[in-house]
Design a protein around this ligand. Sequence first.
Ligand SMILES: CC(C)(COP(=O)(O)OP(=O)(O)OC[C@H]1O[C@@H](n2cnc3c(N)ncnc32)[C@H](O)[C@@H]1OP(=O)(O)O)[C@@H](O)C(=O)NCCC(=O)NCCS
Length: 170
Amino acid sequence: MITVFETPRLIGRQFTEDDASLILLLNSDPEVVKYLHEPILESAGQAQEILLNIILPQYEKRLGRWAVHTKTDSRFIGWCGLKYRPELDEIDLGFRFLRSEWGKGYATESALETLNYGFQTLDLKLITGRAHIDNTASNRVLQKIGMVYQSEGIVDDCPVKTYHLANPAH
Ligand SMILES: CC(C)(COP(=O)(O)OP(=O)(O)OC[C@H]1O[C@@H](n2cnc3c(N)ncnc32)[C@H](O)[C@@H]1OP(=O)(O)O)[C@@H](O)C(=O)NCCC(=O)NCCS
């Protein structure tokens, strides 16, 4: 297992090609993908394609969406991480958790450590966060971790709020 970060309650690790069932579990819940520009997944094959074509290639740049597990019982709760978006030339902070795990502060805890990793380990200059304007929980997490609101606009055909955080060491 390749561990990327640790927080008091959580471990973030790289997904492997054997994790399609976890992606399927997450992305087959209509509530989880409600504000995302993504389809509801229906098969392990679709999840495997996301793993192989989108998630795993990001690890070559030391970025990526990392599987998050609880330390107490190792259960999978979702993912958090950084993704390079070439079409926008930006590093995007993202998080997604199983509905059963919402409201426990896990997104905030893992996102804060992901920012630390991006700034201290990867020495990134700027990290961008985006959330659908109606996605109250996600906007709240981005605000709680100190990201600075920039603007509202249409990205990927969705009305979103954009936030930035600059590396304090630069
Ligand atoms: C967004 C998401 C990751 C948040 O995860 P989480 O672990 O529940 O987040 P946290 O517990 O760290 O914080 C959530 C905050 O939003 C608040 N919140 C959640 N729903 C809310 C609502 N409907 N109205 C007002 N506040 C709300 C919580 O009270 C909490 O704030 P607080 O600590 O000030 O009370 C989770 O809801 C999720 O996975 N959603 C589906 C995927 C998604 O939308 N990802 C983001 C894409 S940009």
